[in-house]
Design a protein. Structure first.
Length: 64
């Protein structure tokens, strides 16, 4: 009888832990701000890369 109680208790604890791990956590303000900074840096990097390509094309004479 004690073994059955221990098994049921272990299963209940496991189900509770799995339930808590599976719940998505809400994004906090710092994480949201970090994602926005990442997006801005990505856009800036792409613009810098495009500007660099334009300069290379201009130097080669392909920009006409």
């Amino acid at each position: 009888m004690k073994l059955a109680y221990n098994v049921v208790a272990a299963m209940a604890a496991s189900a509770l832990m799995l339930g808590l791990v599976g719940c998505p956590q809400k994004e906090g303000p710092a994480e949201h701000a970090g994602k926005e900074v990442d997006k801005a840096m990505d856009k800036a990097g792409k613009k810098i890369e495009k500007a660099g390509e334009s300069v290379q094309d201009a130097v080669k004479g392909d920009g006409n």
